[in-house]
Every structure is written in C-alpha cells, then in structure tokens.
Design a protein around this ligand. Structure first.
Ligand SMILES: Nc1ncnc2c1ncn2[C@@H]1O[C@H](COP(=O)(O)OP(=O)(O)OP(=O)(O)O)[C@@H](O)[C@H]1O
Ligand SMILES: Nc1ncnc2c1ncn2[C@@H]1O[C@H](COP(=O)(O)OP(=O)(O)OP(=O)(O)O)[C@@H](O)[C@H]1O
Ligand SMILES: [Mg+2]
Ligand SMILES: [Mg+2]
Lengths: 255, 255
C-alpha cells in the first residue's frame, strides 16, 4: 500500500521543490518505486527533474479538473524507479475553477487513489499557499513533510501551517499525520540559523529530522541541469545530507 | 498624485517582502511619504516592520472584502513618513471569497484610490502566487517592481509572470508599466548568479536596476528585530545596496 506524502509550507522559497525532488530521487535510488506529483503551477519539480515542459500534453490539471485517468498522466523520468505527474501553467486557473466544483478538496485524492498501490511512495510538491491546491494535497495524503528554512519569516509561518493541518484533520482528512520537519538552507555559523533551529526543535520535538540540509551551491545549481543532486554531484555535502535524511525517513517508515 | 507600485513575483522566497520593507524605509528616510500595503496572508511585511500582529484589529482583508474605509486601516509605524495597512490570517480566505464577488479584481483599487493623494508612493507586497490577491494588486497599480533571485527556478518563472502582466494590461489595467527588475540574493562568486543576472539583463535590458542586492546575513536578521535594514545595521552592505537602488528608483521617478 503506497504511502502518500505532501511536501508543504506556505512560506515561499523554503526548499519544498528541492526536497521533493531530492528525497524522491534518493528513495528511488534505494529501490523504492516513487511517483512524484507536481501540484505547483510554477512546475519547478517538472523542470527540475529534467522534463521538457513544452512536450507535456497532459498534466496534474487534467487529472484534477477534468478527471483524466492518472495512469495517462504518469511519465517515466530519466531516473530508474522515479515517475512523475507533471504540472503546467493550466494549473494557475485551477484554484479558481475548483471553487465552483462539488467535493473540491477531494479531487486529488480521487485522482491518485487508483494508482496508490503501484508505488511505494507518492510525493506531492505543493505551491507556496494554503489554497485549494494545497488543501487537495493534504486531503489526499497520509502525512505531511514540512521543510523549514532556518530564517525568521519561515519560522513565523509555522503557526498558521499547524492551524491549517488541524482544520484539515477536523474537516477533510482525520488521519493526516506529520511525517517530519526538515530544516533547510542552514548555516550554523550564523546565530539566525542556530536560533531558528532551536525554536523549531522546541516546538516539534523529535518530529524534526536529526539531519538538517546546509546551504550548498551544488543544490542550487542542479535543477538548471534537470538533475537531482545525487545525479548531479554525488560528492557534494548536499547529496550527502539528502541521502542521510532519506535514510532517516526510511528507518522511521520501515519499522 | 501618489504612485502605486506592486512588488510581485509568483516564485516564492525571492525577496518581495524584504524589498517592499527596505525600499519603503529608504524612501521614507529620504523624505517621501510612504504607505506600505501588506497583501500577503503570511503578513511578513506587517511583522518585519515591527507591528505586533495580535494588536491589529482591522487589516487589508477588511478593506478588500468588507469595504472598510482605508483611512481606518492605516497604522503609523515606528519610522517617520512610513505608514502601513497590515495583513492578517483572515486574508487566507479572501482568495476564495473574492471569486463570489462582482468586479473582484478591482477591490483593492477601490480601497486605495481615496488615499492615493495622501502619499508620495503606495507600495504593495504581494503573496507568492498569481491568484486574485496579486491580480487585485496589479489592477490597482501604476507599475510593478519585480525582485528576481539570482537562481535557476526564479528565472524559470519570469515567462509566466510577463504573460500575466500582459493579460492584466489587456483586461484590467491598460497602463500597468514595469517599474524595474531587482536582482536579489546575488553571490557573484558563483557561476549561477552570474548566468542568471546575464539572462535577466538580456531579457529586460535597461529595466534592470544597475544595483543588485547581495546575499547579506544582516538583511535576513533584521525582520527578527522588526526593523528595516537601514534602522537595524546602517553600516551593512545590505543597507548600502538598498539605499543605492532607492536612489536609482527616485532618479527615474523624479524626472
Ligand atoms: N540547501 C540548499 N542550498 C542552496 N540552495 C538551495 C537549497 N535548497 C534550496 N535551494 C535553492 O533555494 C531556492 C528555493 O528553493 P525551492 O524552490 O526548492 O523552494 P520552494 O519552497 O519549493 O519554493 P516555492 O515556494 O516557490 O515553491 C531555489 O533556487 C533552490 O535551488
Ligand atoms: N539579500 C538578502 N540576503 C540574505 N537574505 C535575504 C536577502 N533578501 C531576502 N533574504 C531572506 O530570504 C528569505 C526570503 O525573502 P522574503 O521573505 O523577503 O521573500 P518573499 O519573496 O517575500 O517570500 P514569499 O514568496 O514567501 O512572500 C527571508 O528569510 C529573507 O530574510
Ligand atoms: Mg517549489
Ligand atoms: Mg513575502
């Protein structure tokens, strides 16, 4: 039974896409069969993993709004065990279109349920908002993985996010759990990173992965080549840390 | 006649709020009367400038959705010449509520028009999306200032943003101009920053400010103290560069 996990944080630029791509790639490399679903109209996951956006005919929009069979949306990526439901710019209008549809928060759940058992994990990259695209993802998910950038504004938004998770549990998906909290873009030479990390560990306790991801230029370069970090520069600290946090993730899930 | 400027980019974490706060503070310091409008449900501008979110009764939500008089929403900040219309979490629901309202894209324009001539500049901080909150801001604005982080994903979204600006000009606000493009978080020791900057200058020509903002820890620290950089650490490279780009901005606007 495939586990469905949303990568969510309404704060922008905290490493949602980077974590979705790199944790998925590390899981696939360790033999897990992975479906990555891009629910962000920016389609950064789609391009960051090397898909050519202009060749994509059907996307998450078609599954969500038009009810197209998910199997028709799934692409094989260049990386073994790693499959993708791409996004494209049509998704920008989806939030407004969804407001007119019945059971609007359950559309993604309906889309991915038929393929759930074809994969070990389904990883959903969310846009930077708490609108209907993110609500759809949270409703479809077993758990949510929250990247938090080690900076002030990212810390501020955590309260709103936790409140939204409570609302989703109450009204849409009672079993939604927290998969884990991942500290990203850390530079522990600065007080700022240290203070934010302390605060996050105080708030979430052992839900915070022991591994944190440092700021690393190789991570920022890799999407420009359409490659996850473990395929772009295996010897980098970025690859090392994403492999480490994936090992932590698997240890928690295999028990 | 006050000029209204949106700070917009649907890519998350590119320095919209940081630029809104710091350009506004630098303009206020040089004698311009500034109204900062926080249109992001995250309310980062509101807290980054030192307002205590829990003491705020009325916010941009009340002006936008309930039609409350803008004068009732304006707060004096701790900094002379700098005023704020704060945001709060109610704004999260505004995007969905706006879909049911007539002339939904013109609500912000209607809200700020009555106070337009009380200020030299009205600066609007937008959320990381191209939804109805951003469309409201673009419809209310004379021009748009676009921060672009010197990284791959930020470059990718520029095409979508330019298409949206064209749509807004065609259907909602024919006079919407580009105020300027600001390169942020630059580290020109890296090829990535150099390549992105070259690409942006090739695409936008002299619309790109000569000044770019380097990555600077003092900039990331300052919102935690509720202070713009020129009040937090005047001797930092961050303060110097925001003063420089503001001088460029004023030179272009005073002619
Ligand atoms: N550990 C890291 N070191 C260096 N750069 C990073 C790191 N993680 C992410 N980045 C870069 O920071 C930027 C923001 O990351 P990313 O786009 O993954 O965040 P996001 O949360 O998905 O953003 P959005 O809110 O727009 O969806 C990107 O340019 C990315 O390449
Ligand atoms: N020049 C800079 N140097 C270092 N840090 C910066 C710089 N500019 C912004 N930051 C930091 O980077 C993060 C992202 O910036 P900011 O929140 O202003 O972006 P944004 O575009 O408003 O994000 P969102 O899309 O969530 O609204 C913040 O933590 C901010 O403090
Ligand atoms: Mg993303
Ligand atoms: Mg912001």
């Amino acid at each position: 039974m495939g586990k469905i996990i949303s990568i969510t944080n309404q704060k922008g630029g905290v490493g949602k896409t980077t974590s979705a791509i790199n944790i998925s790639a590390c899981l696939a490399k360790s033999g897990e069969k992975i479906l990555l679903v891009d629910m962000d109209p920016q389609a950064n996951t789609t391009s960051g993993i090397g898909m050519n956006k202009s060749t994509i005919k059907l996307s998450s929009y078609d599954g969500l709004i038009l009810g197209v069979d998910c199997n028709k949306l799934i692409h094989q990526t260049d990386y073994s065990n790693l499959f993708l439901v791409p996004s494209n710019v049509n998704l920008t209008g989806a939030e407004i279109e969804l407001t007119q549809i019945d059971a609007r928060e359950y559309k993604l759940k309906k889309m991915v349920s038929p393929v759930r058992n074809d994969f070990d994990y389904i990883i959903i990259d969310c846009p930077p908002s708490l609108g209907l695209l993110t609500l759809n993802s949270l409703t479809a998910s077993d758990s949510v993985l929250i990247p938090i950038q080690a900076e002030y504004f990212a810390l501020e938004g955590v309260g709103q996010l936790v409140q939204t998770l409570d609302l989703v549990r109450k009204n849409l998906n009672p079993n939604l759990a927290i998969e884990g909290i991942l500290l990203t873009m850390c530079d522990f030479r600065t007080n700022l990173s240290k203070q934010v990390a302390e605060e996050v560990r105080r708030y979430f306790g052992d839900k915070v992965y022991k591994t944190s991801i440092p700021r690393n230029i190789k991570i920022a370069e890799s999407p420009g080549f359409g490659k996850p970090i473990v395929y772009y520069e295996m010897r980098s600290i970025g690859a090392e840390k994403y492999l480490e946090v994936t090992a932590e993730f698997l240890k928690l899930n295999r028990n």
